[in-house]
Design a protein around this ligand. Structure first.
Ligand code: FAD
Length: 303
């Protein structure tokens, strides 16, 4: 590795000052799990590393505006083991639990993962299916970007050199919703996905019709992919297994996988269909079949 300066600012304001001083020669470092490997391989050669770790509160996970705010410095392990997320957004806790090994999850951060933009990562499909947004802060102010608009190309995002990912916001799921994330791992349990699929399904009041559906996939293109045509096919349809199969076929048309040591492009496309169908099935199974009891009825029962 070549020598570099190391700065430890204590606030976002101080980070912005450091970024202005060093310009594009500087690199932010959060967990370091991706960046340090890239530096060792000399793929990046920053003259200064600006650590985010001394910024207090940047790892906070808390309810906000009816959803949940996750600080960019929260580690994968903190998301996985958050009691709040396990109770209210179990699909998020489950998704982060599926990342690599516990060693990596203890270090890797939510913001670092998103900024790294490896298309094989697990969290982006789930965040896209949940309709999450990313708050980005720079010296000029803050802006909010939907996760699905964040990734531009292979390891490339819409972030500018002086941008800092500060927070991820995940809205609450509407009533009668279920969510699932599935990771296809035929090699080892700590590998990147061969294919991953996330689905969020909302049924109407009768729980027989698809009211809304969001489907996203990972490891099947240069960025995470949202399967919009598959979603459109399901909206307004009665819940039947035939329609799930049709949606899975549509999802196969949306992906553009690259053949590699995890499988050929044709195999990954096939698996994309299989895992979308399974994710939809699992999301549906997570929706309570029981009709909601009115408050008055629940009170009478308790007496
Ligand atoms: C062996 C191994 C196995 C892995 N397996 C998986 C897997 O199965 N699934 C999976 O999803 N991921 C996997 N990962 C990837 C892992 O998720 C990433 O390495 C990790 O998410 C990066 O987070 P970090 O906090 O360590 O980022 P860092 O390494 O600190 O930074 C990564 C990049 O993001 C930038 N950055 C960091 N924080 C911010 C910020 N707040 N704002 C703007 N830019 C920022 C840095 O400048 C750098 O360019 C694996 C990694 C390793 C090393």
């Amino acid at each position: 590795m070549i020598p570099f300066e190391y700065r430890t600012p204590r606030s976002l304001k101080e980070i912005h000052k450091e970024l202005q001083e060093f310009g594009s020669d500087a690199k932010l470092v959060a967990g370091g799990t991706a960046l340090i490997i890239m530096m060792k391989q000399r793929l990046v050669r920053p003259s200064c590393l600006i650590s985010l770790r001394a910024v207090r509160g940047l790892d906070r996970i808390a309810l906000k505006d009816g959803g949940v705010s996750i600080g960019s410095l929260a580690t994968h392990r903190e998301v996985e083991s958050s009691a709040l997320l396990q109770r209210r957004w179990p699909v998020l806790a489950e998704t982060y639990r599926r990342v690599a090994t516990i060693w990596i999850r203890n270090m890797a951060t939510v913001g670092g993962g998103l900024a790294h933009a490896d298309p094989n990562q697990d969290p982006p499909p789930t965040l896209i299916a949940l309709g999450a947004t990313i708050k980005v802060s720079s010296a000029g102010g803050a802006r909010v970007i939907p996760v699905e608009e964040f990734f531009k190309d292979y390891y490339e995002t819409v972030l500018k050199p002086d941008d800092v990912v500060s927070e991820i916001f995940v809205p609450a799921l509407p009533a009668n919703s279920g969510a699932a994330f599935l990771k296809f791992l035929p090699r080892t349990a700590d590998d990147y996905a061969t294919v991953s699929a996330a689905a969020v399904v909302t049924l109407d009041r009768s729980k027989k019709i698809f009211q809304d559906v969001r489907i996203a996939l990972g490891s099947v293109g240069v960025t995470p992919i949202r399967a919009r045509e598959a979603e459109a096919l399901l909206r307004g349809q009665p819940v039947k297994s035939g329609v799930l199969r049709e949606a899975a076929e549509k999802a196969k048309q949306a992906v553009d996988p690259i053949g590699d040591f995890r499988g050929s492009a044709a195999y990954k496309r096939e698996m994309a269909g299989v895992f979308v169908r399974r994710a939809l099935g699992q999301a549906l199974a997570g929706i309570s079949k029981k009709p909601r009891m009115s408050r008055r009825k629940a009170k009478r029962r308790r007496k």
